[in-house]
Design a protein around this ligand. Sequence first.
Ligand code: LRH
Ligand code: MN
Ligand code: MN
Length: 387
Amino acid sequence: MTSFEAVADQLDHLAVEVPSWAYGNSGTRFKVFGSPGTPRTVEEKIADAAAVHRFTGLAPTVALHIPWDLVDDFGKLKAYADDQGVALGTINSNTFQDDDYKLGSLTHADPKIRQKAVDHNLACIDVMDQTGSRDLKIWLADGTNYPGQGDIRARQDWLAEGLRTIYDRLGGDQRMVLEYKFFEPAFYHTDVPDWGTSYAHVSALGPKAFVCLDTGHHAPGTNIEFIVAQLLRLGRLGSFDFNSRFYADDDLIVGAADPFQLFRILVEVVRGGGYGEGSQTALMLDQCHNIEKKIPGQIRSVLNVQEMLTRALLLDTAALDAARTDGDVLLANEIYMDAFYTDVRRDLAGWREQRGLPADPMRAFLASGYQDDIEAARVGGTQAGWN
Ligand code: LRH
Ligand code: MN
Ligand code: MN
């Protein structure tokens, strides 16, 4: 098997974008639990994200959701983030929390509502101009609950039109990523339910449009790593929303429910050029911490990605190729599983120390007093929305 030393330098490229909403209170439709120390402002969410980066070295950017993270002056927010040691990342548009969007946003039958949804996305690009963000992420809650409710074909055409207007407004270095989800909040049909629909739209738009793959947005049993391989092959895997799930869109800590699936996904990411210099694929978290503390939850998440990426890099691809060429099914599987079963935690602790990071970021954070300080200082946190 490949040695840790042989892959150590490749780990320097790892950057996991964290979502601002992970630091706010969230919950299920049954209850949102408050938690001490919850950020009251966008700045406090960014400060918490910056703490995750300080202790791990893995999370240099933070994604914003508009209007959850609306501020008067995004230039000032960018400067604040810079001071904290992080940059502002993906801007997520939000056309799912306004009464006007009850029957759809970019796919609404009423052209005035469609225009409103387009205008919101254009306003998000204005935000990107100020924050220096590269990516606009669009996820639509659009869909219907009952057969016959909507013209599913016309809605695709309206969607294509709206996306075109938004796409044409992107600056030279800006990109659009279109996220798909197979159900929820709509239960009969969803307008962007799968990677194929997202791919059809983004490839019609042009080279600056990509698919966003949220790992929680597939039917149980879906082979997600196959989708990863295919989208990388097609040059359209723009980003991941990482999280893990047992049942639906659970938004639990990535790698918690099925570490082996995360490994399989990251093997295909590495195999397909989705990691490292020149990669077009952004690795992001899209999670909520409903019952656990949020900053440690985020620390655990980025460490899980680092651990599984390391194991994926350890895969002996030369030996694997040889076994495959020989048609040796069991040997190929054994080589693959060897990489997955390798415990890299001790090696990673040494890797961190060599880079001036705490060997154990979680323990270092817990000992730092940061959590106590925010719990004492912040009273009355905001709700951050939900996934
Ligand atoms: C939808 C989703 C999408 C939203 C986020 C809050 O389920 O995954 O990415 O922006 O949750
Ligand atoms: Mn998502
Ligand atoms: Mn989701």
